[in-house]
Each structure stands twice: as structure tokens, then as C-alpha cells.
Ligand binder design. Sequence first.
Ligand code: SF4
Length: 234
Amino acid sequence: MSKKPNWSDLENQVNHLSPAEGLALLAELFPGKIVFSTSLGQEDQVITQLIATQNLPIKIFSLDTGRLFPETLDLLARTESKYKTRIQVYYPERDSVENWVAKNGINGFYDSVENRKSCCYVRKVEPLKRALAGNEIWVTGLRAEQSANRSEMKKIEWDEGNQILKYNPLLDWTFDEMIAYIDEHKIPYNPLHDQGFVSIGCAPCTRAILPGEDARAGRWWWEDSKKECGLHTR
Ligand code: SF4
């Protein structure tokens, strides 16, 4: 049975607050139980800036799948340096990765949707579950505009798969609003964005997109699937 809490009051409150105010409120209401997962994407960089400049007690963490772009890891280091903060990095279980590669090959995720999902599970989903364990609020950088899958989301919602309340402070931000905020606050970002990469994940599974393409079109472009890696479940 689900331990789904009643969160409608919380939702009403944060719906009237800016992302900075919402983060501050939840940090106060859930001391030691609120975490933020960053993939170092533009949305996540905005949230890191909001947390760090307000000195909020929200743990920031990232998942290093072992297949990230060097530019992403470099950005992680630059972000820590700029905001004088530590981003806790979670890695996949060594035995699970070794077994997966032994069975499927180093790039076996191209062979089937099933293989791709199992690679995402080993390299992302399992480490995420470890990072979220024991917490009550998971802050994410999801925006409704990013894909059809995300357009129905709410700022506060229950994540059934991970049994945690999710807070999506930038849900109603447009792409242009986000870029303006990054420019105004000189927030460091991944140089791959300037080469046509929008949503950046693992190097072998991300490509630049063409003008007019959906923002998620550059992820697992060889599939017709929902373009999600299993991190966000509803
Ligand atoms: S995005 Fe690609 S390389 Fe990264 S975990 Fe998923 S399938 Fe594996």
C-alpha cells in the first residue's frame, strides 16, 4: 500500500510562490529531508544557483553514469567552485555495471529498448533510489514545456516509483525565461548547449537537435519510446 501523504495544502502554498520562495519554504518545512538532483542541465543550474545563493539547507546531488560528456563533469567542477558548494556524486554499483557490459556489450543499449532501459536502470535509477532514500522532498528541474509527457505535471506531485514528494519549481517557466535568468545571473552552463544540444544526458545517447525539433528529440533518438529514462515516474 502507498504511503501517499496529503499534499494539497503544500501545493496551494507553492503555487503562489516564486521558485526561490518555494525552495526556502520547503527547506524550512522538511529540515534534513529535502534533496535536489542535478543533471547540470540549464534548468538544474538555475535551481543550484537559487539554493546556493540563499544558502538553503538542501542537499544537491548528481548521478555520474560513467558515460557523461567531459563537458558535463567540467561544469560540475565549475559550479562547485563558483558557488562554493559541494555536489554529492552518486555512482552505479560496480558489479551491476560490469555484469551489464559483460552480457550486453559496452554499447548494448543501442540493441533494444529493453537493453536501453536496463542500462538506465543500472547507471541511473538504482543510484537515484540510494540518493533519495530517507528523504521526503525531491526537488527537480522539470519544465512542462520540455515534452508532452511533462505537460500534465504539477509543481508538487507524488512520485509513486520512488515513494517521495516531488517539487518542480520551474514547471511553468518558458525556455526564454530560463535563458534570460541564466544570462542575468551569469550562471555557468554546459558549452554543448551552444552547439545545438538541448537536453544533455549520457554522451552515446544524446545528440544535438535541429531547429523546430522537440527538446527531448536528441535523447535516444533511435527509439520511438517516451524518451524517459525511468528517473521520473508518476
Ligand atoms: S542514457 Fe544511455 S548510456 Fe546513459 S544510462 Fe541510459 S542507456 Fe545507459
